[in-house]
Ligand binder design. Sequence first.
Ligand code: ADP
Ligand code: MG
Length: 238
Amino acid sequence: MASVELHNIHKAYGALPVIHDISLAIDDGEFIALVGPSGCGKSTLLRMIAGLEEITDGDVSIGGQVVNAMTPRERNIAMVFQSYALYPHMTVAENMGFNLKLSGETKPMIEQRVNEAARMLDLTKLLDRKPAQLSGGQRQRVAMGRAIVRNPAVFLFDEPLSNLDAKLRVQMRSEIKALHQKVQTTSIYVTHDQIEAMTLADRIVVLNQGRIEQQGTPIELYRQPANLFVAGFIGSPA
Ligand code: ADP
Ligand code: MG
């Protein structure tokens, strides 16, 4: 686990500025929902924290250390996307353990971590299956399992549930909440679903055109939206 700090982050793709001077401090163990309309810069921000995208200006710190020059692996961050690319020829257990294997962990260690994660995510009975033999929700749980086994300092979620049907989304939402209560890993969760943000987050950060419009607890934003834009997003009257 670790705190995450963004200091005056700017990002431009060529001549197109997309993130304007964002600063944000996230506590160790905190669950942040990052919301805002399509194209406002949510994925760009996550990718800069993960080290998958170059920062134009500013610093990202994890656990008090500036990580701008570190590779994604060195940052010890796990990212869960909406397209959970599992390896089709590997079993669930092999998929979940693959990153540990690449890091040179021993077989008993990998087995232990995979079994632990499988218990947390109710995947124990599915460990020998191939991805094609799983439902959409089960595949998403394997993708989360693959992230958890590495025991990351930070979880980044980029709209992980947006490909699932409504019923499954509700179920997965409670599973993510239960998981965070168990492991308490610092999490940044991008979503355009305000109910997801309201139910999961300790704090919601509303992004608009590359700037922070408002941040606060779900109740604060609901009761006192700073403007119509936030009110429209959180779903309460201004
Ligand atoms: P969101 O995740 O909130 O939908 P993105 O971070 O994907 O927003 O995109 C923010 C802005 O940056 C958009 O205008 C998008 O078109 C632009 N953008 C994203 N990725 C690239 C890229 N690789 N090259 C150029 N422009 C990009
Ligand atoms: Mg996005």
